[in-house]
Design a protein around this ligand. Sequence first.
Ligand SMILES: NC(=O)c1ccc[n+]([C@@H]2O[C@H](COP(=O)([O-])OP(=O)(O)OC[C@H]3O[C@@H](n4cnc5c(N)ncnc54)[C@H](O)[C@@H]3O)[C@@H](O)[C@H]2O)c1
Ligand SMILES: [Zn+2]
Length: 361
Amino acid sequence: MEEIKVELGERGYKILVGSGNLKNIGKALRDYDLGKKATIITNPIVGDLYQDVVKDSLRKEGFEVAIARVPDGEEYKSLEWAAKLYDELLEHRRDRYSFILALGGGVIGDLAGFVASTYMRGIPFVQVPTSLLAQVDAAIGGKVAVNHPLGKNLIGSFYQPRLVYTDLAVLKTLAHRELIAALAEIIKYGIIKDKEFFGYLEGRLDRIRALDLDVLKRVVTTCSRIKAELVSLDEREEKGIRSIINYGHTIGHALEVLTEYRVYRHGEAISIGMVAAARIAQRMGILDEESRERQVRLLERAGLPIRVKDIASSKIMGALTRDKKVKEEKTRFILATEIGKVEMRDDVPPEIIEEVLKEIT
Ligand SMILES: NC(=O)c1ccc[n+]([C@@H]2O[C@H](COP(=O)([O-])OP(=O)(O)OC[C@H]3O[C@@H](n4cnc5c(N)ncnc54)[C@H](O)[C@@H]3O)[C@@H](O)[C@H]2O)c1
Ligand SMILES: [Zn+2]
């Protein structure tokens, strides 16, 4: 198995990446000081597929296992469902010497992590990410949260897992659209940090889409390494280092909000956001035409949307500035200066944003 370290001193941990390793998780967890009482938090889709493998492997190593299920969907990443999970943990007599194992995509990881961070003032948790997005992004870095009716991820904290345990083989049951949406974030890592990886993706797209496990291993380990590095340099996103991960997210997020999260998968909105960011960078004179085209071409070949459908550019402009506290407050963009390098900019003229939005709608 590949091993990547998130260097955070006493809060540091490993990301283990393998394929077909889910059945060995019990053995892997023996080395950690987690207590003997495990609670697997999952949903019915992932649970039906994988909870027994995990449960049996844990029991074989002497762990006591309870399972708590949350319905499938972003709307269940809520305080209400966190409270139901507290009830279940109490019913199963989970104390401070118990741990939580999050088995699922980013929704389960964020919710289970939030519950772990607050139950009995915090108990250990292990991430077992099963979606490609969770494997390359959500499970790493300790951002745990639930949604509030007024917005996503508004209630949460930073709480690092003790281990991220990734099995690539589970991706074979993931819906194709989810796989493609995650590709947006994967391509993003290349653009913000790793030109060579970007080139690798250009040559291996078809093999990724066909779930070639060797290629997926390189993809997931490379992305995990980049995220781990950004997290260890700027755990709480205070120094402007970790925030480069938000490349494409300024306009992408506006699109998600405008469509009430119903039209685009997150990665699809981010794909359009990256196309817009690349156009803005070119208009600002910091990115050349060819580098912009390479980005757009790769996103399009991946099967991701590169234009907005059915939303007027003026609406997107409105959404970008709406939640600014002060009118003069600038919209922040992460912009690429070449493939593999980005910078944070607060000085994009509104006219450039408007022109670019017109071009992509
Ligand atoms: N904490 C962070 O740093 C961070 C980063 C990015 C995203 N997120 C959060 O992650 C969430 C999105 O994550 P996601 O894209 O994984 O969505 P998700 O958890 O909803 O998973 C997508 C779908 O795939 C299913 N699924 C997952 N693994 C499967 C498998 N192996 N086989 C079959 N089906 C499977 C899920 O049940 C779900 O229906 C959002 O809530 C977002 O806010 C958090
Ligand atoms: Zn994202």
